[in-house]
Design a protein around this ligand. Sequence first.
Ligand code: ARG
Length: 498
Amino acid sequence: MYRSRPKGSLHKDMLDFLSSIGDDQEVFIYDLLGSQAHVLMLNDIGLMAYNETKAILTTLDRLKHHPNILDTQNAEDIHEAIESTVIKQIGMEIGGKMQIGRSRNDQVILDILMKVRDDINVICDSLIILLQSLLEKADENVNTVMPLYTHLRQAQIGSYSHFIVSYVDSLLRDMERLYTCYGRINRSPLGAGAVGGSRIMLDRVKTAKLLGFSSVIENSIDATSSRDVVIEYASNLAMIMLTLSRMTEDFIIWSSDEFAFIEISDEYSSSSSSMPQKKNPDPLELLRGKAGQVLGDLFAMTSIIKSIPSGYSRDLQELKPTIWHIASTTNQSLKVLTYIVKTITVNKGRMLEASNNSYALSFDIAELLSVKYGIAFRTAHKIMGLLVQRAVLKNKQPLRMLSKEDVRKVLEKTGCTVNAEDVSNDIKGMTPNLSISSRQSAGSPNPQQVQTRVKLLRARVFKYKEQISARKNSVSEAFQMLSLRVKKYSGNDVSGIR
Ligand code: ARG
């Protein structure tokens, strides 16, 4: 339809190569809404007569309810398909007026931003549900002791709840990033035209308002050329996937036969074709793999936009499939992880057993010795290191099994004059539960602290839930208003037409 300068029609193979019609299905509805807003605005500024507005809006509304009448043949994209369908239905004289003051270049980015805006809300909702499920688990497990790891070696004693809260904190940062990014996404590029605006006094604020945007992207070059906010959005999603992939990895390790700290429910586990005993964490592994895909998408996106000159270039079309893919993958992953978190069995006994026998208690005892007897921490560290050495030599027995004699020898070796019996009692008395309940520093696994934190985090998640729902309402209210205005033209009710 657009071909004036190039002669004849586009070669069929070239059309296939050029066309984005497949990827555009995702933005069909947004492109229609954008067209409705544009036409209404043209009417309001006196550039389109009532009968013209009515004819175009009626056709667009018909298209909205009967997408099968969309003529996609020979169309390079959804913008062309919609315009040519309108022209086909009501003729060039009126239908051909729809595109005045507009270009595909402001349409492309308009559609993307409208979709991303909705997707952010959908993903935030999924994130909220995951956060709530995690907090539920955290609430149930403040006294569930477990070893914490560094270098995947037992480090200190902690609790399952404290571990889960670490992910809640991290995911809440992901949420915060996505939440603020929405503010930058929610600005309308419509009316920027091809690159340099229009001689028509387009009411950009009006179209922005009709489509539920909070403001407009001011500069017409910036509006049509920049994709930074989309990259920002994509990197926020990639960050979520990075968080999820770490959590996934923890769950995979902990559900292994050797750890058996948790058990993934049967419903979310796979089996093996050959080894009958197998219960594999395939969904978690896939999630880990999908994190890789999303990172790949982000890399593709940044590579596509790198060094494109200002003003629309067709390279930008290639962003679309990655934008859609990154959103659907992240959302699906959040949902899958929520199912898994909700149905995980926490094997408290196994975690306690591992903690009871863990040399990770050494750290608490070293701190206790240095605080209680005024010994330098370095000396206390040495004492505990030597005691662990002895315990390991004795068939890896737990520290509490060491004799008073063992303790005496080590104290002597380090030149420490504290009474061996006292130290021996301190060692025997150090249980995993005492270890976490005597942790005082802020953010530690102390059960009371974690309990308070869980409450606070619940409130924060709830606040996000309210804010997201307010955002969704404000978009859908705008769409309802738009639809009411359209109906005044396309339906029988013409009473309120301005
Ligand atoms: N289908 C294209 C896209 O999705 C829109 C074409 C925009 N304009 C142009 N001058 N070729 O990006």
